[in-house]
Design a protein around this ligand. Structure first.
Ligand code: IMP
Ligand code: MG
Length: 220
């Protein structure tokens, strides 16, 4: 009999090549099948998460939160979203959490109109309710440098909530990321500048229903 895997390393190499080929094929087919219907679609180099894929990850996160927080729900749950980027994620996520909860919004700025983190976090809008003794879930769109969340967690902890956890739709695969514990994570995304489903470039593209890579020539 022919031995296809003479040693374990060959087996692993074949497995890695096959997975890369499958992943490549999925990415290519998503890009080919992607109908460029409006002017915003023309600015997208490739789609990385379709509307359907996002909905399914958000539903899974909502289910996990429902299960984890059911025992403490009567102590009070507050989902805090960081405007403007996380507004869409927050709106979809809370509808997948089948427990009573309150919602609140903060606005911070760490980006300006560029595409890299300034490292400076400024509070533009603070919470409108007390979080002392409550279970806080921060709904964040994307963790890039992690500086925004690091600051927020420290800031919110000083208000003595019963617990704080992070639900981030996306986490960029980058080495220059602050050490952030993220209990609920949607996707680990490539280190590229992406837009859609709340994420913007100079306040545009937030209303795209999918997440895609913005053509670099538009901001370089
Ligand atoms: P961080 O502080 O570097 O983790 O970035 C925090 C914020 O920057 C996120 O909440 C987003 O609003 C924004 N951001 C980070 N990466 C991207 C991106 O690729 N596209 C659009 N906005 C981004
Ligand atoms: Mg944000």
């Amino acid at each position: 009999m022919v031995n296809f895997f003479p040693n374990i390393n060959d087996g692993i190499t074949i497995l890695v090549l096959c997975s890369s080929a499958v992943w490549g094929a999925i990415t290519v087919s998503k890009t080919i099948m992607f109908k460029r219907e409006g002017p915003m679609d023309q600015d997208i180099a490739k789609v990385i998460y379709s509307e359907k894929e996002i909905a399914s990850r958000v539903a899974a996160i909502g289910q996990a939160i429902t299960k984890d927080y059911a025992p403490v729900a009567d102590e009070g749950i507050i989902v805090i979203s960081v405007l403007n980027g996380a507004a869409l994620f927050m709106a979809d996520l809370v509808r997948q959490i089948k427990l009573p909860l309150a919602m609140d919004f903060m606005a911070v700025s760490s980006y300006g109109n560029g595409t890299t983190s300034s490292g400076v976090v400024r509070i533009i809008k603070d919470l409108s309710q007390d979080i002392e003794g409550k279970h806080v879930i921060i709904a964040e769109d994307i963790i890039d440098s992690g500086l925004t969340l690091k600051y927020l967690i420290k800031y919110l902890s000083s208000r003595k909530p019963a617990s704080i956890e992070v639900a981030a739709l996306l986490r960029k695969n980058t080495e220059r990321q602050a050490d952030i514990e993220c209990r609920y994570e949607g996707f680990e995304c490539p280190d590229e500048f992406i837009v859609g489903y709340g994420l913007d470039y100079a306040e545009h593209y937030r209303n795209l229903p999918y997440i895609g890579v913005l053509k670099p020539e538009l901001y370089q």
